[in-house]
Design a protein around this ligand. Structure first.
Ligand code: NDP
Length: 328
């Protein structure tokens, strides 16, 4: 089997030299262990933060050890009575072709209605992030106008669709190409899609406000534009700031923070894993939306563990429409 290790910590944009592919022996599972052949692994923006040696809400990746992250696969050998050979499971030992895990560290997933990869996207962590961000953090209300940045990504595409399903009256998204914007309006039901590379986002958004809820995936210029476009008493769910993740020095903050005061805005940061109590509610509602076709998704699939680093870098360049995945 093969796995990807972190060879050195990147400064600014990671390069292939920061990673190393390592061959390992295929182990046999002991009692209550399972061996999983991974079929898809996720690459996610939060992994960039874990490559730095800084204290955060998840520990940094160790050097000379495999990276990890969400993955799905098939159990090929089992020392457990609960998890059987042939089961499809979700777990956190991505970035490798095979994973040896305690049976309690894998979750069996139902692949009768959706492909296993959905549990890394709309029916997984990104979908749950969209759901709790809207319902618990932004406290979305019927009739709200919602703006989401990074709208053609895994989280953002779910945010726009769920906002509408939860009663928003107008949904605005921003994304980095005309093709992505067309997907948002033509297939996902966004009312407005703004191509932030075509003209400054601040100038474009101004024509479509006021915004009651801003779901921030990007930070930087998008956050400043949103603060400018917010309605009085508007709420901002601070989910991520991908525009800053590969910067090698701190980036300037929004220049209009005083508007937080004059407009009486609320901005709340959140981490999806703090909202485990919403999991069953999320699966029930998202499962129903997927079943009736009102929640859909796209995947951008890169083939092979050898291209996992390319997929990770591509995610930060916007190569993905919808969820970025590596097929193993
Ligand atoms: P995406 O699928 O959205 O992929 C990242 C996208 O970011 C790219 O496709 C690209 O699209 C966009 N992007 C990259 N650079 C910039 C930039 N400078 N300005 C604007 N857009 C940019 O990733 P996810 O859906 O997995 O994650 C989205 C956000 O949610 C991230 O910030 C992530 O950290 C955050 N997150 C937070 C969680 C939490 O618990 N708080 C949990 C999960 C995710 P484009 O072509 O449009 O530029």
């Amino acid at each position: 089997s093969r796995e990807i290790h972190l060879a050195s910590r990147p400064h600014g944009w990671p390069t292939p030299e920061n990673f190393r592919t390592v061959e390992t022996e295929l182990p046999d599972p002991g009692p209550d262990e399972v061996l999983v052949r991974n079929t898809f692994m996720s690459v996610d923006p939060y992994m960039r933060g874990r490559m730095n040696d800084v204290k955060s809400y998840v520990p940094p990746f160790a050097l000379d050890a495999p990276l990890d992250g969400g993955a799905v696969g098939e159990v090929v050998a089992s020392g457990s009575t609960d998890v059987r050979v042939g089961d499809t499971v979700l777990h956190q030992a991505g970035w490798r072709t095979h994973a040896l895990l305690p049976a309690r560290a894998v979750r069996r997933v139902d692949v009768s209605q959706v492909p296993a990869s959905a549990y890394l996207g709309a029916l997984g962590m990104p979908g749950m992030t969209a759901y709790v961000g809207l319902t618990r953090v932004a406290e979305l209300k019927e009739g709200d106008t919602v703006f989401v940045s990074g709208a053609a990504g895994a989280v953002g595409s779910a945010v726009g669709q769920m906002a509408r399903l939860l009663g928003a009256s107008k949904v605005i998204g921003s994304a980095g190409s005309p093709e992505k914007c067309a997907w948002l309006t033509d297939e996902l039901g966004f009312d407005v899609a703004l191509d932030y590379k075509a003209a400054p986002i601040g100038r474009q958004l101004r024509e479509h406000g006021p915004v009651d809820v801003y779901f921030d995936n990007v930070g930087g210029d998008h956050l400043e534009a949103a603060i400018f476009a917010m309605a009085d008493f508007g709420r901002i769910a601070a989910c991520g700031a991908i525009a800053d993740y590969n910067a090698d020095a701190p980036v300037p903050g929004p220049r209009n923070l005083m508007m937080m005061v004059s407009k009486r805005l609320t901005m709340r940061g959140f981490i999806v894993t703090d909202h485990g109590d919403a999991t069953s509610e999320f699966y029930r509602r998202a499962g129903a939306w997927v079943a009736d076709g009102s929640l859909t998704w796209r995947e951008t699939v890169v083939d092979g563990l050898d291209h996992a680093v390319d997929a990770f870098l591509g995610l930060h360049r916007g190569d993905n429409t919808g969820k970025m995945l590596v097929r193993l």
